[in-house]
Design a protein around this ligand. Structure first.
Ligand SMILES: *[C@@H]1O[C@H](CO)[C@@H](O)[C@H](O)[C@H]1NC(C)=O
Ligand SMILES: *[C@@H]1O[C@H](CO)[C@@H](O)[C@H](O)[C@H]1NC(C)=O
Ligand SMILES: *[C@@H]1O[C@H](CO)[C@@H](O)[C@H](O)[C@H]1NC(C)=O
Ligand SMILES: *[C@@H]1O[C@H](CO)[C@@H](O)[C@H](O)[C@H]1NC(C)=O
Length: 448
């Protein structure tokens, strides 16, 4: 019996197998082909450098519109074993709602748990803490914007550089000498060099080669009030952006500006939050036209710039501030603009969580409006996301995702929407590979 039946049945089975195999092969080849074209490896997405193409950020041949956050104190927390776990916790919670970029400090000058104790003298344990932050970020597929010095006194800042200069016998009269005195500029350059050439003790990777870094930021919120013409700060930006690129041509560079319109564009002053904003020595358009600067930044703080009392004015300001900066990035700068800090303080009069959610939604809607068109609204970063139990660091702006479910939902939905656009719009491997995605995501698409 078996002799009579085994032959044909084996044939049929083999035939089915063969057919199935062909189909499977085709499918595998197709997927592989797409992955190769996109520069992906077999174990998921390749971890490659963020680049810029015109108005957009690009990773692995796809646009990279950013949903991100700030947590400035990661290095300092990582420096102490008792608080190190908070770093992992915040990355874990952020990645759970799809946040993919974190902005944090790669400086702590002359203060408690200083990274740089005195010019060019580093605390190795604190540097190892920064190494840890970077290696943890990568585990959660989060990229870092690393800021290199502060305009403000927190964590040292330009005033600490001036103190160091005075201690070395220099005749310095203003904190803004940071931008112009040759010795202070050489201190800053030495810090830049030390950080960019650092070899990570956890990953063995040199910082300047590590795709975990989204970009460098020259300074957190530079202002140079001693020279409202803007020339002094402009010269500093010109010198330092080229200096960073001379050491690290691979990573993107941004300045770290709040985004105020300055003397070079009097017609744009109407978009500033107040008349003082034009007097702080910064200039959104002119500063960002500097060689070596890859993308623009603006912050959004109507509660500190317009009025502490919350109202609809803050929402209206947010819309026009974003729109004017996105328009300028497209029409004058040809680069993406990232709203790298935005938020509202729970200490403001009239605060409630509904207002905060409305503000966040407003920012996200405006980013999506740009994303849909492939525009220059490159992304936004919440100020700021904290894990639980770090309230003593809170300046009023902290968002604890695990305790703010409605906010977490808004953040998560925005991540999904941005990811949809990011994955829909691959240039190298268009619709053929993405048909399924398109079908799956069509509803998303429509609902936007
Ligand atoms: C320090 O610099 C200021 C302003 O540049 C100048 O007026 C002053 O004479 C200088 N002092 C000394 C001791 O050189
Ligand atoms: C880093 O390099 C050291 C010494 O060459 C080696 O022992 C270690 O395994 C390396 N670590 C990683 C994560 O590659
Ligand atoms: C929340 O705060 C805003 C601004 O102060 C106010 O207009 C609004 O009525 C408040 N909403 C609730 C539900 O309390
Ligand atoms: C979307 O962008 C266009 C200009 O590009 C602007 O006119 C429009 O007001 C924006 N819509 C929203 C909802 O922000």
């Amino acid at each position: 019996m078996s002799r009579d039946w085994s032959g044909p049945s084996r044939l049929v089975t083999n035939c089915w197998r063969w057919d199935g195999l062909l189909l499977l092969c085709k499918k595998v080849l197709h997927v592989l082909f797409c992955k190769i074209l996109r520069g992906e490896m077999e174990d998921g997405e390749a971890w490659t450098m963020v680049q810029k193409s015109g108005n957009q950020f690009v990773v692995n041949g796809q646009p990279f519109y950013v949903n991100g956050f700030n947590t400035y104190w990661l290095m300092v927390f990582a420096a102490d074993q008792s608080t190190r776990g908070k770093v992992t916790e915040v990355f874990q919670q952020a990645s759970a709602v799809g946040l993919s970029v974190c902005r944090t400090w790669a400086f702590n000058d002359g203060q408690w748990r200083a990274l740089q104790k005195t010019p060019a003298v580093y605390d190795e344990d604190v540097f190892k803490a920064l190494d840890f932050v970077m290696s943890e970020a990568k585990k959660f597929k989060i990229r870092l914007i690393l800021s290199l010095v502060n305009n403000w006194e927190a964590y040292g800042g330009k005033s600490q550089y001036v103190k160091w200069g005075k201690a070395a016998g220099l005749n310095l009269t203003s904190d803004d000498d940071f931008f112009s005195h040759p010795t202070l500029k050489s201190y800053y350059k030495a810090h830049v060099k030390a950080v960019l050439n650092r070899v990570n003790t956890f990953t063995n990777m040199t910082y300047k080669d590590d795709p975990t870094i989204f970009s460098w930021e020259l300074m957190n919120e530079p202002r140079c009030e001693s020279d409202p013409s803007g020339d002094k700060l402009q010269a500093w930006i010109e010198e330092m952006s080229v200096y960073v690129k001379s050491i690290d041509p691979k990573h993107l560079v941004q300045i770290g500006l709040e985004g105020f319109y300055g003397p070079s564009t009097p017609n744009r002053a109407q978009y500033n939050p107040n008349s003082y904003a034009q007097q702080v020595g910064t200039d959104f358009i002119r500063n960002h036209q500097v060689l070596g600067v890859d993308y623009a930044s603006a912050h959004i703080y109507p509660d500190s710039w317009i009025s502490q009392s919350l109202s609809d004015t803050h929402i209206e300001f947010t819309k026009s501030w974003m729109q004017s900066h996105i328009d300028d990035a497209e029409n004058h700068l040809n680069m993406p603009v990232v709203f790298s800090e935005f938020g509202v303080s729970s200490k403001d009069p009239g605060y409630n969580s509904t207002f905060r959610d409305t503000l966040i939604s407003t920012v996200y809607t405006n980013i999506l409006n740009s994303t849909k068109k492939g525009g220059a609204g490159g992304g936004s970063l919440l100020w700021q996301v904290f894990p639980e139990g770090t309230d003593y660091m809170d300046d009023g702006y902290a968002i604890v995702l695990s305790k703010s479910l409605s906010t977490a939902n808004i953040v998560s939905l925005h991540s999904k929407r941005l990811n949809t656009y990011n994955s829909l719009c691959s240039w190298k491997c268009h619709w053929a590979c993405k048909k399924k995605h398109v079908a799956d995501n069509f509803q998303f698409h429509e609902e936007l």
